[in-house]
Ligand binder design. Structure first.
Ligand code: SAM
Length: 201
């Protein structure tokens, strides 16, 4: 199904990396460091864009681990691939709601700055649950609150106009419905962080 976000992000891809200041990267890096990414892990980044998380994840997983990013904007995926041509970094041009991976492949999963844009959030969370291993953690991260992000998206307009993060209760319900456990949500100025553990039945 056609999604106007694809063209929107295709157009922004060439200059996307300029959005991040050194301070943003430092804050993000500190967050990622706190999530328990270990050497040898296979990591998943949904809506990876040009790969802003990749360097942080690569450092944490080392040469025996891997980083896999998924983005359905061809130009974003192309930039990510160009930025990170390493053999243990994979970039897949696909919809996060239909992941081309076998079950239980990844040790930990992230979606940074992307969840509000996913058209089919239920299918995306179901897919994240399917491809993560038993016991794997999944994180939805923004360095702003849901209210701050809603304002930003309104001001950007276009296909982003109504893209919002679910409030804490709604996000918890969504993660529960996709069979994640131990759901925790923080939503305050400067941070939205949802974390959950993947328990396979
Ligand atoms: C705001 S950008 C964030 C990119 C990157 N995570 C970052 O922070 O730089 C959102 C990304 O999500 C991607 N995206 C949106 N909907 C998607 C979907 N259904 N499947 C895969 N990627 C999607 C867009 O193409 C875009 O690259």
């Amino acid at each position: 199904m056609h999604d106007p976000h694809q063209e929107f992000y295709d157009r922004l891809a060439a200059e996307w990396d300029l959005n991040f200041t050194a301070e943003d990267r430092e804050r993000l890096s500190r967050r990622i460091d706190s999530f328990g990414v270990k050497p040898g892990m296979n990591t998943l980044d949904l809506g990876c864009g040009t790969g802003v998380l990749f360097d942080m994840l690569r450092r944490a997983v080392g040469e025996t681990g891997s980083v896999t990013g998924v983005d359905f904007s061809f130009q974003m995926a192309r930039m990510a691939h160009r930025n990170f041509p390493m053999s243990n970094v994979n970039v897949i041009d696909a919809d996060a709601a239909a992941l081309p991976f076998p079950d239980s492949l990844f040790d930990i999963g992230f979606s940074f700055n992307a969840f509000p844009h996913f058209r089919n959030k239920k299918a995306t969370l179901d897919e994240a649950h399917r491809v993560l291993k038993h016991g794997a953690k999944f994180f939805v991260i923004h360095l702003v609150s849901s209210a701050e992000l809603a304002e930003l998206h309104k001001s950007v307009g276009g296909p982003l106009q109504f893209d919002e993060l679910p409030n804490a209760q709604r996000m918890k319900d969504m993660l529960d419905a996709s069979k994640f456990s131990d759901v925790k949500i923080e939503d305050h100025t400067g941070l939205y962080l949802a974390s959950a553990v993947n328990i396979k039945e």
